[in-house]
Design a protein around this ligand. Structure first.
Ligand code: ADE
Length: 250
């Protein structure tokens, strides 16, 4: 998978792309990162990339030419256009399903602006997707692009040491992840649940599913509404409901 990042601040992204799982994915040639300063694509000799808005008003607006030139220079295959993603608070809210969709692409281009607005023609004729990572405003799209790239690259086959870890993630299953424990079996008097020490595989699986359901219903009940519940899930949810009633009584 090839990933191009267009930014005026390459120093904000290169350390992230060369660290941890992303760095390893790059070394293993699972992800091929290219960071570009789109000032280099400016036609002016001063490297101007923004200008004052038509109609007046404050702030600066990113000009279309440098971004069109940059994206067009990196098309690897004339027939297959890359997904060109603009990071902005007005975009569609980011979620795991979109990460899974983007993970199937061969080529992604991220446009990261900083404090400026974008000339609308960039949105209309260059960009294929606008993505927001949440209802808050960052100083630029770089950190948001890193969030999206991290979540997409870790889904590439071979990117994580242990492939099952991506499959069982929170959100991939539609549920939040169950609690994890490791040695010691008792720490400061806090014990690991007996079932996890029992070696009884089927009971462990049931416990994990129940704890996932407990966590999801407590923290993200909206996720449960979207899920098609199996008979086992319904039974476990009924048990949780019953346990809650007992707790409320005592
Ligand atoms: N740029 C600034 N704020 C952002 C956000 N919330 N998501 C994506 N890009 C952004």
């Amino acid at each position: 998978m090839r990933i191009d990042i267009l930014t005026l601040f390459p120093e904000m992204v290169t350390p992230v792309l060369s660290s941890s799982i992303l760095g390893k994915a790059s070394e293993k040639e699972i992800a091929d990162f290219h960071v570009h300063n789109f000032r280099d694509f400016s036609e002016s000799k001063h490297g101007t990339v923004d200008d004052t808005p038509y109609g007046g008003g404050g702030g600066m607006v990113l000009k279309p030419e440098p971004l069109f030139r940059a994206v067009e220079s990196m098309a690897t295959d004339k027939d297959k256009k890359p997904r060109v993603i603009l990071m902005c608070p007005q975009g569609v809210p980011y979620h795991q399903k979109l990460a899974e969709e983007l993970a199937k692409e061969e080529h992604l281009v991220f446009i990261c602006g900083h404090y400026e607005g974008y000339d609308e023609r960039i949105r209309e004729h260059l960009v294929t997707d606008e993505i927001s990572i949440g209802d808050y405003v960052l100083t630029g799209g770089e950190l948001a692009a890193m969030v999206v790239i991290d979540s997409v690259v870790r889904l590439q086959p071979g990117a994580l040491g242990n492939q099952t870890s991506a499959v069982e993630d929170s959100f991939s299953t539609g549920l939040l992840e169950y609690p994890h424990y490791t040695r010691p079996a008792e720490y400061r008097g806090w014990k690991v649940p007996d079932v996890l020490l029992s070696g009884h595989h089927a009971n462990i699986e049931t416990w994990r599913l129940k704890e996932s359901l407990r966590r999801t219903s407590e923290r993200r009940p909206d996720l449960l509404d979207k899920l098609e519940l199996t008979t086992e899930m319904k039974k476990l949810l009924a048990e949780l409901e019953q346990e809650k009633k007992w707790e409320d009584k005592s």
